[in-house]
Each structure stands twice: as structure tokens, then as C-alpha cells.
Design a protein around this ligand. Structure first.
Ligand SMILES: Nc1ncnc2c1ncn2[C@@H]1O[C@H](COP(=O)(O)OP(=O)(O)OP(=O)(O)O)[C@@H](O)[C@H]1O
Ligand SMILES: [Mg+2]
Length: 361
């Protein structure tokens, strides 16, 4: 899968942007705050309908404008697709595939698969379980339509159940309806737990291998899924926790509380890892997705690496650059580092200055 071009109008600090990308490696360089990450955000939005930074839609529209447009042309073997995203200050965003508007974001599934690494991804390792779940969910939603469906339903039912728990406090007769929600929550929840377990078992050896290589063979990373409750015990735990749930108005057990444990030589990386270790760990996680996506979707994703070079020592940079074969890559950096020129066949270079991107030769 290859992005041929990205066009933006009134997106972030771009009045207009038209990038013709190379199928190989593309470097976008420029000083701080010029608009490098904004380009990656526009691409990510085209693939997933969301900002990787979790930004609100109206915040991505250029200041003082009321609409923003992004058009991405994606080639996948013989096919070429056009994805249009239309953000509106006072309204719901519009998405169209090949000029046909779609109603649900899920319809975009498979058109543009993205892996994005950004410096904040260290949070997947460093921060609490919510970030870990967010990583698993965002990756799984890109490769598994059924997971996306189950997750959407689980979250919807969880919200409704929590609301009901609070309502029961004021209206105890509603208690009779709780079981209906519990049954559905358990049903969808068990599917999430099983899929997450399989996914982590699949990526664990790949992540570990990548991490071992990036660290020059010095570090063995272990990754372990820690579900809040095992799928077979979920129903029993719901019954056990019911009184507590009613008391606090919250669902206290389930996959919305799952965690993932990262360790190197039995040391908890979340608590004791160095910054570089945590970053390498997050990067290995993201890179493992290339082969996972290829085997589950039948095509390679597009890899976006935001400011990755400044974070790694030169040995780690070398491995990274050497390993990026056969996948369209867009790397942002603050300067055209010698290392990049020397080690890597860069196909296209763009310079970004104050919301204007120019190809340089
Ligand atoms: N909605 C918006 N309208 C106009 N400008 C915006 C908007 N949102 C962000 N910006 C501007 O975009 C710039 C930041 O862009 P971006 O994050 O892409 O920078 P960058 O080149 O990646 O910088 P760094 O090297 O620091 O990561 C800032 O100057 C910011 O003011
Ligand atoms: Mg940036």
C-alpha cells in the first residue's frame, strides 16, 4: 500500500498543501513548529478518521477558518482509491471514498493502513493501563473488523450499564433490567479478552526480536497480557461484584481494566526502564505491526515516524534505518542528518517552513 499524494486545505497551519510522495522513503525536515507533525496527522486522519494526538476536529481546522479538507490518493496493487475528509467547525465531519460519502467510520476499514510512531508513544510503556489498552485497540481495530464491532458494542453497553447502576440508586425497581446488560457485556467482553490474548501472543515474539536487534542484542524484552479477568471467569466475577458496582455506580471488572506488562530481565520497564529503553520498546511495538498487518490484511501499511531519530542513539538509529525495507515510510526530523543521507536511500526530501512544504533535490 502506497500513498501517492496528500492534499490539504486549511488544515492546521497549511492554507494549502500538495505532496506527491515516493513509494519508498520520504523525509520531511524543518525547524520546530513549522508543520511537520501536522502532515503526519493529516495522513493518520485519512486512514483512521481520528487524530493520533486525540485532538478535537475543530482544533485541526486552520485558525479563523470554518472548514478543512484532506484528500489522500492511495494505491494498493492495481487499485487506486481517493479518500476525502471534510472537517467542519459547526457540524459533523464528512468522509468520502472515491467521491461516495460514507456514514460510518468503519467503512473506511482497509483503505489506508497506517502505523505511526511519535515521541509520545513512550507513554504506551511508561503510563498506566489505559494507554496500553488504547494501543491494543487502535492496532486491532485496523486489522480486525469484528474486533472493532465488538469493542464499539462493549463500550456502548458499558456506558449504559454504568448509567443504569446510578439510576438504580434513585429507582430500585430498575434493578431487574441489570441482568440483560450484564449478559451482553459478558458476551462482548469475553470476545475482546480472547482476541487481545491472541494478538499479544502473536506480536510478543516479533516485538522481542525487533527490540533485541535495535538494542544490539543486549536486551530481551518480554511482553505479557494481564487481563483484569480471564474470559471464563468474567460471568462469575460480574455476579460477585454486583453489590459493589451498585454502591459505586461503576462496573468494577472487565476488559476495560486490562493491562500489559513489559519487562527486560524481569525488571518492570514501566517503573524502572530508562527513557531510551521505553522509547525503543514503544518503537518495537509499532514496528511489529508491519508484519502483523501484512499477514492479516494482505498488504503492507504505510509507516509514519515522527521525530524518531532524535530519540535514539546512533546504533539504534542504524538498525532502524536498515530495517525499513519494502514499506513506504515518511520520517520527520529537524535537520537532514548526515546519517540519514549516508545510510539510507532516501527517495524524496521535503522541507517545511511555516506551513509551506517544498520538495528539495
Ligand atoms: N488549527 C491550527 N491553525 C493554524 N495553525 C496551527 C493550528 N494548529 C496548530 N497550528 C500550528 O502548527 C504549528 C505546529 O506544527 P507541528 O506540530 O506540525 O510542528 P513540527 O514541525 O512538527 O514541530 P516540532 O519539530 O516541534 O515537532 C504551530 O506553529 C502551531 O501554532
Ligand atoms: Mg513535530
Amino acid at each position: 500500500m502506497v500513498i501517492e499524494s496528500v492534499e490539504c486545505k486549511d488544515f492546521r497551519n497549511y492554507e494549502s498543501l500538495d505532496l506527491k510522495l515516493d513509494p519508498g522513503c520520504n523525509i520531511i525536515y524543518g525547524q520546530n513548529a513549522q508543520g511537520k507533525t501536522n502532515i503526519l496527522e493529516a495522513i493518520y486522519l485519512s486512514g483512521t478518521t481520528k487524530s493520533h494526538k486525540g485532538s478535537r476536529e475543530k482544533d485541526m481546522i486552520r485558525f479563523e477558518q470554518s472548514e478543512a479538507h484532506i484528500r489522500t490518493i492511495v494505491r494498493n496493487e492495481e487499485r487506486t482509491d481517493r479518500i476525502d475528509i471534510h472537517l467542519k467547525k459547526n457540524g459533523k465531519k464528512g468522509i468520502a471514498i472515491n467521491t461516495v460519502p460514507i456514514k460510518k467510520a468503519a467503512e473506511l476499514f482497509g483503505y489506508l493502513s497506517i502505523i505511526l510512531y511519535s515521541p509520545e508513544d513512550r507513554g504506551i510503556v511508561k503510563n498506566g493501563p489505559a494507554e496500553k489498552r488504547r494501543f491494543i485497540d487502535s492496532e486491532l481495530c485496523q486489522i480486525d473488523k469484528i474486533y472493532l464491532y465488538n469493542l464499539t458494542n462493549y463500550n456502548k453497553i458499558l456506558n449504559q450499564r454504568n448509567k443504569l447502576l446510578k439510576d438504580i440508586y434513585f429507582n430500585p425497581s430498575l434493578r431487574e433490567t441489570l441482568q440483560v446488560w450484564d449478559d451482553q457485556l459478558i458476551d462482548f467482553g469475553r470476545k475482546l479478552i480472547t482476541r487481545r490474548r491472541d494478538f499479544l501472543a502473536e506480536i510478543a515474539p516479533i516485538v522481542s526480536e525487533i527490540h533485541r536487534k535495535i538494542s544490539g542484542g543486549t536486551e530481551e524484552l518480554c511482553l505479557k497480557y494481564e487481563p483484569d479477568v480471564e474470559d471464563i471467569f468474567f460471568a462469575d466475577e460480574m455476579i460477585k461484584n454486583r453489590e459493589r458496582d451498585l454502591k459505586y455506580g461503576q462496573t468494577s471488572c472487565g476488559p476495560h481494566r486490562d493491562d500489559v506488562f513489559f519487562s527486560i530481565k524481569d525488571i518492570d520497564i514501566r517503573k524502572f526502564g530508562s527513557q531510551g529503553q521505553q522509547r525503543t520498546c514503544a518503537l518495537s511495538l509499532k514496528l511489529s505491526e508491519i508484519s502483523v498487518m501484512e499477514s492479516s490484511l494482505g498488504h503492507k501499511p504505510v509507516l509514519l515516524l515522527d521525530d524518531v531519530m532524535s530519540e535514539l542513539d546512533s546504533a539504534r538509529q542504524n538498525f532502524l534505518l536498515d530495517s525499513l525495507e519494502d514499506v513506504q515510510t515518511i520520517i520527520t526530523c529537524t535537520g537532514m542528518d548526515d546519517l540519514i543521507r549516508k545510510r539510507f536511500p532516501v527517495s524524496k526530501v521535503f522541507n517545511v517552513e511555516n506551513g509551506v512544504a517544498k520538495e528539495v533535490t
